[in-house]
Write a protein that binds this ligand. Structure first.
Ligand code: AMP
Length: 543
Protein backbone atom coordinates (compact mmCIF):
# COMPACT_ATOMS: atom_id res chain seq x y z
CA UNK A 1 0.00 0.00 0.00
CA UNK A 2 1.31 3.47 -0.89
CA UNK A 3 1.39 6.31 1.58
CA UNK A 4 -1.40 8.87 1.43
CA UNK A 5 0.70 12.00 1.62
CA UNK A 6 0.95 14.45 -1.31
CA UNK A 7 3.03 13.43 -4.27
CA UNK A 8 4.82 16.80 -4.40
CA UNK A 9 8.36 16.08 -5.50
CA UNK A 10 11.55 17.55 -4.07
CA UNK A 11 12.81 20.10 -6.59
CA UNK A 12 15.19 23.05 -6.55
CA UNK A 13 12.20 25.30 -7.37
CA UNK A 14 10.84 24.66 -3.91
CA UNK A 15 14.01 26.07 -2.39
CA UNK A 16 14.14 29.31 -4.35
CA UNK A 17 10.38 29.85 -3.97
CA UNK A 18 10.73 29.37 -0.22
CA UNK A 19 13.65 31.78 0.03
CA UNK A 20 11.88 34.35 -2.15
CA UNK A 21 8.67 34.27 -0.12
CA UNK A 22 9.88 33.65 3.41
CA UNK A 23 13.37 35.15 3.45
CA UNK A 24 12.83 37.73 0.72
CA UNK A 25 14.66 40.58 2.46
CA UNK A 26 17.67 38.49 3.48
CA UNK A 27 20.77 39.64 1.63
CA UNK A 28 22.56 37.94 -1.22
CA UNK A 29 25.79 39.80 -1.94
CA UNK A 30 28.06 39.47 -4.92
CA UNK A 31 31.57 40.81 -5.42
CA UNK A 32 32.82 41.78 -8.87
CA UNK A 33 36.30 41.66 -10.33
CA UNK A 34 37.13 45.17 -8.99
CA UNK A 35 36.05 44.18 -5.49
CA UNK A 36 32.81 46.22 -5.59
CA UNK A 37 29.95 44.62 -3.67
CA UNK A 38 26.55 44.39 -5.35
CA UNK A 39 23.65 43.96 -2.94
CA UNK A 40 20.66 41.81 -3.72
CA UNK A 41 18.13 39.77 -1.75
CA UNK A 42 16.59 36.32 -2.02
CA UNK A 43 13.44 37.99 -3.31
CA UNK A 44 15.32 39.68 -6.15
CA UNK A 45 17.36 36.55 -6.95
CA UNK A 46 14.12 34.55 -7.14
CA UNK A 47 12.47 37.11 -9.38
CA UNK A 48 15.43 37.31 -11.76
CA UNK A 49 15.73 33.52 -11.86
CA UNK A 50 12.06 33.29 -12.92
CA UNK A 51 12.60 35.95 -15.57
CA UNK A 52 15.61 34.11 -17.01
CA UNK A 53 13.73 30.79 -16.89
CA UNK A 54 10.81 32.26 -18.83
CA UNK A 55 13.18 33.71 -21.44
CA UNK A 56 14.90 30.32 -21.81
CA UNK A 57 11.48 28.74 -22.30
CA UNK A 58 10.71 31.32 -25.00
CA UNK A 59 14.00 30.57 -26.73
CA UNK A 60 12.65 27.08 -27.35
CA UNK A 61 14.89 25.23 -24.93
CA UNK A 62 13.45 21.96 -23.69
CA UNK A 63 13.44 19.93 -20.51
CA UNK A 64 16.67 18.01 -20.17
CA UNK A 65 18.70 20.45 -22.33
CA UNK A 66 22.14 21.19 -20.93
CA UNK A 67 23.13 24.84 -20.45
CA UNK A 68 26.73 25.52 -19.46
CA UNK A 69 28.04 28.24 -17.18
CA UNK A 70 31.64 29.49 -17.03
CA UNK A 71 31.73 31.87 -14.11
CA UNK A 72 33.10 32.54 -10.65
CA UNK A 73 30.65 32.54 -7.73
CA UNK A 74 28.48 35.59 -8.22
CA UNK A 75 24.84 36.61 -8.14
CA UNK A 76 24.20 36.04 -11.83
CA UNK A 77 25.65 32.55 -11.56
CA UNK A 78 23.30 31.79 -8.66
CA UNK A 79 20.32 33.13 -10.61
CA UNK A 80 21.27 30.99 -13.60
CA UNK A 81 21.62 27.91 -11.42
CA UNK A 82 18.02 28.27 -10.24
CA UNK A 83 16.69 29.48 -13.62
CA UNK A 84 18.15 26.62 -15.63
CA UNK A 85 17.13 23.70 -13.43
CA UNK A 86 13.91 25.59 -12.63
CA UNK A 87 12.52 25.49 -16.17
CA UNK A 88 13.57 21.85 -16.47
CA UNK A 89 17.04 22.26 -17.98
CA UNK A 90 20.34 21.03 -16.57
CA UNK A 91 22.85 23.57 -15.25
CA UNK A 92 26.30 22.42 -16.32
CA UNK A 93 28.82 24.32 -14.22
CA UNK A 94 32.16 24.34 -16.07
CA UNK A 95 35.57 24.69 -14.43
CA UNK A 96 37.36 27.59 -16.20
CA UNK A 97 40.74 26.45 -14.84
CA UNK A 98 40.74 23.42 -17.14
CA UNK A 99 42.95 23.34 -20.21
CA UNK A 100 40.87 24.79 -23.12
CA UNK A 101 40.88 21.42 -24.93
CA UNK A 102 39.29 19.86 -21.86
CA UNK A 103 36.62 22.56 -21.76
CA UNK A 104 35.85 21.88 -25.40
CA UNK A 105 35.64 18.16 -24.61
CA UNK A 106 33.19 18.53 -21.74
CA UNK A 107 30.98 21.08 -23.54
CA UNK A 108 30.71 18.65 -26.48
CA UNK A 109 30.33 15.60 -24.25
CA UNK A 110 27.54 17.29 -22.28
CA UNK A 111 26.03 18.53 -25.58
CA UNK A 112 25.52 21.99 -24.11
CA UNK A 113 23.08 24.06 -26.16
CA UNK A 114 23.79 27.38 -24.46
CA UNK A 115 26.86 28.81 -22.75
CA UNK A 116 26.76 31.63 -20.20
CA UNK A 117 30.21 33.10 -19.81
CA UNK A 118 31.31 35.66 -17.22
CA UNK A 119 33.21 38.51 -18.83
CA UNK A 120 36.34 37.60 -16.83
CA UNK A 121 36.54 34.28 -18.74
CA UNK A 122 35.91 35.49 -22.28
CA UNK A 123 39.45 34.50 -23.28
CA UNK A 124 38.34 30.85 -23.18
CA UNK A 125 35.94 31.50 -26.05
CA UNK A 126 38.47 33.13 -28.30
CA UNK A 127 40.05 30.53 -30.53
CA UNK A 128 37.84 27.71 -29.28
CA UNK A 129 34.33 28.87 -29.95
CA UNK A 130 34.17 27.15 -33.36
CA UNK A 131 34.97 23.81 -31.69
CA UNK A 132 31.77 23.74 -29.61
CA UNK A 133 29.65 21.32 -31.64
CA UNK A 134 26.23 21.75 -30.05
CA UNK A 135 26.25 25.32 -28.69
CA UNK A 136 23.53 27.46 -30.29
CA UNK A 137 23.71 30.58 -28.10
CA UNK A 138 26.45 32.27 -26.10
CA UNK A 139 25.47 34.83 -23.48
CA UNK A 140 27.94 37.08 -21.72
CA UNK A 141 27.40 37.70 -18.04
CA UNK A 142 28.24 40.97 -16.32
CA UNK A 143 27.31 44.56 -17.15
CA UNK A 144 26.32 45.25 -20.72
CA UNK A 145 28.75 47.52 -22.49
CA UNK A 146 27.41 48.27 -25.95
CA UNK A 147 30.74 49.21 -27.48
CA UNK A 148 32.18 45.94 -26.31
CA UNK A 149 29.13 44.01 -27.53
CA UNK A 150 29.52 45.48 -31.00
CA UNK A 151 33.00 43.95 -31.18
CA UNK A 152 31.91 40.53 -29.96
CA UNK A 153 30.32 39.10 -33.04
CA UNK A 154 27.38 36.81 -32.32
CA UNK A 155 27.41 37.08 -28.54
CA UNK A 156 24.40 38.23 -26.59
CA UNK A 157 24.06 39.50 -23.05
CA UNK A 158 22.39 37.71 -20.17
CA UNK A 159 20.93 41.05 -19.11
CA UNK A 160 18.96 41.22 -22.39
CA UNK A 161 17.57 37.80 -21.65
CA UNK A 162 16.61 38.86 -18.14
CA UNK A 163 15.02 42.11 -19.36
CA UNK A 164 12.88 40.12 -21.81
CA UNK A 165 11.74 37.75 -19.08
CA UNK A 166 8.40 37.44 -17.39
CA UNK A 167 8.52 38.14 -13.68
CA UNK A 168 5.18 36.40 -13.22
CA UNK A 169 6.52 33.15 -14.64
CA UNK A 170 5.38 30.16 -12.60
CA UNK A 171 7.85 27.38 -12.02
CA UNK A 172 6.69 24.29 -13.91
CA UNK A 173 6.02 21.01 -12.15
CA UNK A 174 9.08 18.80 -12.45
CA UNK A 175 9.84 15.21 -11.61
CA UNK A 176 12.14 15.00 -8.61
CA UNK A 177 14.17 12.27 -10.31
CA UNK A 178 14.94 14.46 -13.33
CA UNK A 179 18.46 15.83 -13.67
CA UNK A 180 19.09 19.39 -12.43
CA UNK A 181 22.86 19.97 -12.34
CA UNK A 182 25.90 18.50 -14.07
CA UNK A 183 29.45 18.67 -12.67
CA UNK A 184 32.47 17.04 -14.29
CA UNK A 185 35.22 15.43 -12.29
CA UNK A 186 38.62 14.20 -13.35
CA UNK A 187 39.03 10.72 -14.77
CA UNK A 188 42.25 8.87 -13.87
CA UNK A 189 42.72 7.82 -17.47
CA UNK A 190 41.46 9.88 -20.31
CA UNK A 191 38.67 12.37 -20.12
CA UNK A 192 36.67 14.01 -17.33
CA UNK A 193 33.45 12.28 -16.30
CA UNK A 194 30.03 13.85 -15.81
CA UNK A 195 28.14 13.53 -12.53
CA UNK A 196 24.46 14.29 -13.01
CA UNK A 197 22.57 15.32 -9.87
CA UNK A 198 18.80 14.95 -9.69
CA UNK A 199 16.47 17.50 -8.11
CA UNK A 200 15.82 15.03 -5.33
CA UNK A 201 19.47 14.29 -4.57
CA UNK A 202 20.18 18.04 -4.43
CA UNK A 203 17.31 18.79 -2.03
CA UNK A 204 18.06 15.79 0.19
CA UNK A 205 21.72 16.78 0.26
CA UNK A 206 20.92 20.44 1.06
CA UNK A 207 18.84 19.27 3.99
CA UNK A 208 21.64 17.01 5.08
CA UNK A 209 24.43 19.61 5.06
CA UNK A 210 22.24 21.97 7.09
CA UNK A 211 22.01 19.54 10.01
CA UNK A 212 23.75 20.51 13.27
CA UNK A 213 26.31 17.71 12.99
CA UNK A 214 27.25 18.80 9.49
CA UNK A 215 27.34 22.56 8.80
CA UNK A 216 24.66 23.57 11.33
CA UNK A 217 23.04 26.16 9.04
CA UNK A 218 20.23 28.51 9.98
CA UNK A 219 18.54 31.81 9.12
CA UNK A 220 20.93 33.46 11.61
CA UNK A 221 23.96 32.58 9.49
CA UNK A 222 25.88 34.75 7.09
CA UNK A 223 27.70 32.40 4.69
CA UNK A 224 30.72 33.13 2.54
CA UNK A 225 30.88 30.60 -0.28
CA UNK A 226 34.43 30.46 -1.61
CA UNK A 227 34.19 26.88 -2.96
CA UNK A 228 33.30 27.40 -6.62
CA UNK A 229 29.92 26.29 -7.96
CA UNK A 230 31.80 24.27 -10.61
CA UNK A 231 33.41 22.14 -7.91
CA UNK A 232 31.38 19.58 -5.97
CA UNK A 233 28.24 21.67 -6.53
CA UNK A 234 29.72 24.14 -3.99
CA UNK A 235 29.09 21.68 -1.09
CA UNK A 236 25.36 22.20 -1.75
CA UNK A 237 25.51 25.63 -0.10
CA UNK A 238 23.77 27.46 -2.96
CA UNK A 239 20.73 25.30 -2.14
CA UNK A 240 21.11 24.94 1.63
CA UNK A 241 21.33 28.73 2.06
CA UNK A 242 17.96 29.15 0.27
CA UNK A 243 16.52 26.28 2.29
CA UNK A 244 17.42 27.82 5.66
CA UNK A 245 17.18 31.45 4.51
CA UNK A 246 20.67 32.51 5.50
CA UNK A 247 22.52 35.52 4.14
CA UNK A 248 24.79 34.43 1.27
CA UNK A 249 27.97 36.18 0.12
CA UNK A 250 29.42 35.21 -3.28
CA UNK A 251 33.03 36.41 -3.50
CA UNK A 252 33.56 36.65 -7.28
CA UNK A 253 36.97 35.91 -8.78
CA UNK A 254 39.30 37.40 -6.12
CA UNK A 255 39.97 34.67 -3.58
CA UNK A 256 43.25 35.88 -2.06
CA UNK A 257 43.68 35.99 1.72
CA UNK A 258 43.20 39.75 1.93
CA UNK A 259 39.89 39.74 0.01
CA UNK A 260 38.53 36.79 1.99
CA UNK A 261 39.45 38.31 5.38
CA UNK A 262 37.91 41.65 4.51
CA UNK A 263 34.67 39.99 3.34
CA UNK A 264 34.47 37.92 6.54
CA UNK A 265 34.87 41.00 8.70
CA UNK A 266 32.78 43.44 6.62
CA UNK A 267 29.86 41.08 6.16
CA UNK A 268 29.79 39.51 9.62
CA UNK A 269 30.35 36.07 8.18
CA UNK A 270 29.55 33.23 10.59
CA UNK A 271 30.61 30.32 8.36
CA UNK A 272 32.73 30.00 5.25
CA UNK A 273 33.64 27.17 2.85
CA UNK A 274 36.99 26.69 1.08
CA UNK A 275 39.97 24.40 0.54
CA UNK A 276 43.05 24.42 2.84
CA UNK A 277 45.10 26.45 0.31
CA UNK A 278 42.72 29.41 0.76
CA UNK A 279 42.66 29.02 4.55
CA UNK A 280 46.43 29.09 4.63
CA UNK A 281 46.42 32.42 2.80
CA UNK A 282 43.82 33.69 5.26
CA UNK A 283 46.05 32.76 8.21
CA UNK A 284 49.06 34.41 6.56
CA UNK A 285 47.04 37.58 6.07
CA UNK A 286 45.89 37.59 9.70
CA UNK A 287 49.43 37.01 10.84
CA UNK A 288 50.62 39.98 8.80
CA UNK A 289 47.94 42.45 9.87
CA UNK A 290 46.99 41.29 13.37
CA UNK A 291 43.31 41.31 12.37
CA UNK A 292 40.85 38.97 14.11
CA UNK A 293 37.78 37.12 12.84
CA UNK A 294 35.21 38.23 15.40
CA UNK A 295 32.03 37.05 13.67
CA UNK A 296 33.40 33.80 12.27
CA UNK A 297 32.23 30.75 14.18
CA UNK A 298 33.26 27.85 11.94
CA UNK A 299 34.77 27.04 8.58
CA UNK A 300 34.41 24.05 6.33
CA UNK A 301 37.64 22.76 4.92
CA UNK A 302 37.82 19.72 2.71
CA UNK A 303 38.61 18.52 -0.77
CA UNK A 304 42.04 17.49 0.50
CA UNK A 305 43.35 16.60 3.94
CA UNK A 306 43.35 19.57 6.30
CA UNK A 307 46.72 19.96 8.07
CA UNK A 308 46.54 19.50 11.83
CA UNK A 309 48.43 22.76 12.54
CA UNK A 310 45.72 24.65 10.65
CA UNK A 311 42.94 23.19 12.81
CA UNK A 312 44.90 24.10 15.96
CA UNK A 313 45.76 27.60 14.82
CA UNK A 314 42.19 28.51 13.88
CA UNK A 315 40.93 27.16 17.20
CA UNK A 316 43.61 28.54 19.49
CA UNK A 317 44.29 31.92 17.89
CA UNK A 318 40.89 32.83 16.40
CA UNK A 319 38.32 30.61 18.23
CA UNK A 320 37.18 29.32 14.87
CA UNK A 321 36.09 25.71 14.66
CA UNK A 322 37.38 23.90 11.56
CA UNK A 323 34.96 21.28 10.28
CA UNK A 324 37.10 18.84 8.38
CA UNK A 325 34.95 17.07 5.80
CA UNK A 326 35.44 14.36 3.22
CA UNK A 327 33.42 14.17 0.05
CA UNK A 328 33.52 13.74 -3.69
CA UNK A 329 31.71 15.12 -6.71
CA UNK A 330 30.22 11.63 -6.92
CA UNK A 331 28.77 11.86 -3.39
CA UNK A 332 26.95 15.20 -3.87
CA UNK A 333 29.57 15.83 -2.20
CA UNK A 334 29.21 15.47 1.58
CA UNK A 335 30.27 12.05 2.86
CA UNK A 336 31.66 12.64 6.33
CA UNK A 337 32.10 15.69 8.56
CA UNK A 338 34.07 16.02 11.74
CA UNK A 339 31.92 17.16 14.63
CA UNK A 340 32.16 15.87 18.21
CA UNK A 341 30.01 13.26 19.92
CA UNK A 342 28.35 13.81 23.29
CA UNK A 343 30.88 11.39 24.73
CA UNK A 344 33.68 13.86 23.95
CA UNK A 345 32.23 16.68 26.03
CA UNK A 346 34.44 16.15 29.05
CA UNK A 347 37.69 15.43 27.25
CA UNK A 348 40.61 17.79 27.95
CA UNK A 349 40.95 20.58 25.33
CA UNK A 350 44.04 19.04 23.71
CA UNK A 351 42.29 15.71 23.16
CA UNK A 352 39.20 17.46 21.86
CA UNK A 353 41.31 19.21 19.25
CA UNK A 354 43.05 15.95 18.31
CA UNK A 355 39.62 14.42 17.63
CA UNK A 356 39.08 17.13 15.00
CA UNK A 357 41.97 16.03 12.78
CA UNK A 358 40.33 13.19 10.84
CA UNK A 359 37.65 13.45 8.14
CA UNK A 360 34.77 12.78 10.55
CA UNK A 361 31.66 10.64 10.78
CA UNK A 362 29.30 9.66 7.96
CA UNK A 363 25.95 11.40 7.80
CA UNK A 364 22.72 9.38 7.68
CA UNK A 365 22.52 9.22 3.88
CA UNK A 366 26.00 7.81 3.27
CA UNK A 367 27.12 4.42 4.49
CA UNK A 368 30.88 3.90 4.50
CA UNK A 369 33.08 0.82 4.81
CA UNK A 370 36.67 -0.14 4.18
CA UNK A 371 37.55 -3.39 2.46
CA UNK A 372 40.67 -5.42 1.73
CA UNK A 373 41.85 -6.40 -1.77
CA UNK A 374 39.33 -9.24 -1.93
CA UNK A 375 36.50 -6.86 -1.04
CA UNK A 376 36.09 -8.25 2.50
CA UNK A 377 35.01 -5.60 5.01
CA UNK A 378 37.73 -4.69 7.52
CA UNK A 379 37.10 -4.02 11.22
CA UNK A 380 36.40 -0.51 12.49
CA UNK A 381 39.37 -0.53 14.84
CA UNK A 382 41.21 2.60 13.73
CA UNK A 383 44.12 0.35 12.63
CA UNK A 384 42.95 -1.63 9.61
CA UNK A 385 43.50 0.21 6.37
CA UNK A 386 41.61 -0.50 3.14
CA UNK A 387 39.69 0.80 0.13
CA UNK A 388 36.89 3.18 1.04
CA UNK A 389 33.46 2.27 -0.36
CA UNK A 390 30.27 4.32 -0.02
CA UNK A 391 26.57 3.73 -0.59
CA UNK A 392 23.45 5.87 -0.33
CA UNK A 393 20.80 8.02 -2.00
CA UNK A 394 23.15 10.95 -2.59
CA UNK A 395 25.83 8.77 -4.26
CA UNK A 396 26.29 8.44 -8.04
CA UNK A 397 24.98 5.34 -9.83
CA UNK A 398 26.66 5.90 -13.22
CA UNK A 399 28.52 8.69 -15.06
CA UNK A 400 26.86 10.71 -17.84
CA UNK A 401 26.39 8.66 -21.04
CA UNK A 402 27.84 5.53 -19.37
CA UNK A 403 25.93 2.35 -20.09
CA UNK A 404 27.54 0.58 -17.18
CA UNK A 405 26.77 1.17 -13.51
CA UNK A 406 29.68 2.37 -11.37
CA UNK A 407 28.48 0.32 -8.40
CA UNK A 408 29.37 -3.21 -7.36
CA UNK A 409 26.71 -5.92 -7.12
CA UNK A 410 25.71 -4.77 -3.65
CA UNK A 411 25.36 -1.13 -4.65
CA UNK A 412 28.68 0.17 -3.22
CA UNK A 413 30.76 2.82 -5.00
CA UNK A 414 34.56 2.52 -4.83
CA UNK A 415 35.92 5.96 -4.03
CA UNK A 416 39.58 5.50 -4.97
CA UNK A 417 40.51 6.64 -1.46
CA UNK A 418 42.18 4.53 1.20
CA UNK A 419 41.39 4.95 4.86
CA UNK A 420 40.72 3.66 8.35
CA UNK A 421 37.50 3.82 10.39
CA UNK A 422 37.67 3.84 14.18
CA UNK A 423 35.27 2.30 16.70
CA UNK A 424 33.28 5.56 16.93
CA UNK A 425 32.82 5.60 13.14
CA UNK A 426 35.36 8.37 12.39
CA UNK A 427 37.09 8.12 9.02
CA UNK A 428 40.75 8.88 8.43
CA UNK A 429 41.88 9.19 4.80
CA UNK A 430 45.39 7.75 4.62
CA UNK A 431 46.13 7.44 0.90
CA UNK A 432 44.62 7.35 -2.57
CA UNK A 433 44.50 4.37 -4.93
CA UNK A 434 43.41 6.47 -7.94
CA UNK A 435 46.26 7.83 -9.97
CA UNK A 436 45.53 11.50 -9.46
CA UNK A 437 47.22 14.44 -7.77
CA UNK A 438 45.18 17.17 -6.10
CA UNK A 439 46.87 20.54 -6.16
CA UNK A 440 45.07 23.54 -4.67
CA UNK A 441 41.79 21.65 -4.99
CA UNK A 442 42.27 20.89 -8.70
CA UNK A 443 43.02 17.48 -10.15
CA UNK A 444 46.10 16.59 -12.17
CA UNK A 445 46.27 13.18 -13.84
CA UNK A 446 49.62 11.54 -13.07
CA UNK A 447 49.06 9.13 -15.95
CA UNK A 448 48.72 12.02 -18.40
CA UNK A 449 51.96 13.59 -17.12
CA UNK A 450 53.74 10.23 -17.34
CA UNK A 451 52.59 9.75 -20.91
CA UNK A 452 54.04 13.15 -21.83
CA UNK A 453 57.38 12.73 -20.06
CA UNK A 454 57.86 9.21 -21.44
CA UNK A 455 57.58 10.77 -24.90
CA UNK A 456 60.85 12.68 -24.28
CA UNK A 457 63.66 10.95 -26.15
CA UNK A 458 66.04 11.10 -23.17
CA UNK A 459 63.57 9.46 -20.77
CA UNK A 460 63.46 5.68 -20.48
CA UNK A 461 60.70 5.44 -17.85
CA UNK A 462 59.09 7.77 -15.32
CA UNK A 463 56.55 7.94 -12.54
CA UNK A 464 54.76 11.09 -11.46
CA UNK A 465 53.63 11.31 -7.85
CA UNK A 466 51.90 13.86 -5.66
CA UNK A 467 54.19 15.17 -2.94
CA UNK A 468 53.17 17.15 0.16
CA UNK A 469 53.28 20.90 -0.37
CA UNK A 470 52.54 23.52 2.27
CA UNK A 471 50.62 25.91 0.04
CA UNK A 472 49.07 23.65 -2.61
CA UNK A 473 48.67 20.56 -0.43
CA UNK A 474 50.23 18.39 -3.16
CA UNK A 475 52.41 19.15 -6.17
CA UNK A 476 53.54 16.78 -8.94
CA UNK A 477 57.09 15.44 -8.83
CA UNK A 478 58.63 13.44 -11.69
CA UNK A 479 60.83 10.49 -10.76
CA UNK A 480 62.67 9.63 -13.96
CA UNK A 481 65.06 7.04 -15.32
CA UNK A 482 67.08 8.56 -18.17
CA UNK A 483 68.01 6.69 -21.33
CA UNK A 484 71.52 5.31 -20.75
CA UNK A 485 74.25 7.60 -22.01
CA UNK A 486 72.05 10.70 -22.04
CA UNK A 487 72.25 13.29 -19.35
CA UNK A 488 68.98 15.23 -19.39
CA UNK A 489 68.67 18.40 -17.33
CA UNK A 490 65.67 19.06 -15.12
CA UNK A 491 64.76 22.23 -17.01
CA UNK A 492 64.57 20.58 -20.43
CA UNK A 493 62.26 17.90 -19.04
CA UNK A 494 59.99 20.46 -17.39
CA UNK A 495 59.99 22.62 -20.54
CA UNK A 496 58.80 19.57 -22.47
CA UNK A 497 55.41 19.81 -20.68
CA UNK A 498 54.78 23.36 -21.93
CA UNK A 499 51.70 23.84 -24.14
CA UNK A 500 50.73 20.21 -23.67
CA UNK A 501 48.84 20.77 -20.41
CA UNK A 502 47.66 23.74 -18.34
CA UNK A 503 50.59 25.69 -16.83
CA UNK A 504 49.59 24.91 -13.22
CA UNK A 505 49.66 21.18 -14.01
CA UNK A 506 53.36 21.21 -15.01
CA UNK A 507 55.38 19.32 -12.36
CA UNK A 508 57.53 21.36 -9.99
CA UNK A 509 60.65 19.21 -10.17
CA UNK A 510 62.36 16.13 -11.61
CA UNK A 511 64.41 13.64 -9.61
CA UNK A 512 66.61 11.33 -11.68
CA UNK A 513 67.10 7.80 -10.34
CA UNK A 514 69.18 4.90 -11.67
CA UNK A 515 66.27 2.50 -11.45
CA UNK A 516 62.58 2.88 -10.63
CA UNK A 517 61.14 0.31 -8.21
CA UNK A 518 58.90 -1.92 -10.35
CA UNK A 519 55.99 -4.21 -9.47
CA UNK A 520 55.61 -7.74 -10.86
CA UNK A 521 53.63 -6.25 -13.76
CA UNK A 522 56.50 -3.86 -14.58
CA UNK A 523 54.81 -0.68 -13.27
CA UNK A 524 56.57 1.77 -10.94
CA UNK A 525 55.54 1.13 -7.32
CA UNK A 526 54.18 4.58 -6.57
CA UNK A 527 53.27 3.86 -2.99
CA UNK A 528 56.97 3.32 -2.21
CA UNK A 529 57.93 6.45 -4.15
CA UNK A 530 55.30 8.56 -2.37
CA UNK A 531 56.67 7.35 0.93
CA UNK A 532 60.32 8.00 -0.02
CA UNK A 533 59.71 11.46 -1.48
CA UNK A 534 56.88 12.56 0.84
CA UNK A 535 58.84 15.54 2.19
CA UNK A 536 60.80 16.36 -0.97
CA UNK A 537 59.60 19.95 -1.37
CA UNK A 538 59.83 20.72 2.35
CA UNK A 539 63.39 19.32 2.55
CA UNK A 540 64.41 21.16 -0.63
CA UNK A 541 63.09 24.43 0.83
CA UNK A 542 65.06 23.90 4.02
CA UNK A 543 68.21 23.11 2.02
P1 AMP B 1 36.42 15.99 -5.95
O1 AMP B 1 35.41 15.11 -6.55
O2 AMP B 1 37.18 16.80 -6.92
O3 AMP B 1 35.90 16.78 -4.83
O4 AMP B 1 37.50 15.05 -5.26
C1 AMP B 1 37.16 14.11 -4.28
C2 AMP B 1 38.42 13.52 -3.75
O5 AMP B 1 39.15 14.53 -3.01
C3 AMP B 1 38.26 12.39 -2.77
O6 AMP B 1 38.02 11.17 -3.41
C4 AMP B 1 39.61 12.44 -2.06
O7 AMP B 1 40.62 11.83 -2.83
C5 AMP B 1 39.89 13.93 -1.97
N1 AMP B 1 39.40 14.43 -0.68
C6 AMP B 1 38.25 15.08 -0.43
N2 AMP B 1 38.16 15.41 0.88
C7 AMP B 1 39.28 14.94 1.48
C8 AMP B 1 39.77 14.95 2.82
N3 AMP B 1 39.10 15.52 3.80
N4 AMP B 1 40.97 14.35 3.06
C9 AMP B 1 41.67 13.78 2.04
N5 AMP B 1 41.25 13.75 0.77
C10 AMP B 1 40.07 14.32 0.48
Amino acid sequence: MKGNMTKIGLTTNMLISHAEKNHGQTEVLSVDVKGDVEKSTWQKVGERARKIASALDKLGLKKGDRLGTISPNNKEHLELLYAISGFGGIAHTINPRLFPDEIVYIVNHAEDKVLFVDSSYIAILIGHRHLFETVEHIYLMGPKKDEFAANMNGFKFLNDLTDDGDKNYNWPELNENDAAVLCYTSGTTGNPKGVLYSHKSIVVHANLVSLPDNFNLSARDSLLLVTPMFHVNAWGVTYASAMVGSKLVLPGPNLDGKSVVSLINNENITMSFAIPTIWEEVLEQLDKTGEKLESLDRILSGGTAVPEWMIRQFKNDYSVHVIHAWGMTETSPLGTANTPLGAHANLPKKQKIEKMYNAGRPNWSVQIKIVDREGIELPRDGESEGDLLVKGPTVIERYLHDKQSSLDNDGWFKTGDIGKIDSEGYLEITDRSKDLIKSGGEWISSLELEEIVRGHDKIHDAAVIGVDHKKWNERPLVIAEAVKGTNPKEKEILDFFKNKIAKWQIPDAVVFVDELPLSSTGKPIKRDLRFEFKNYFEEKKNG
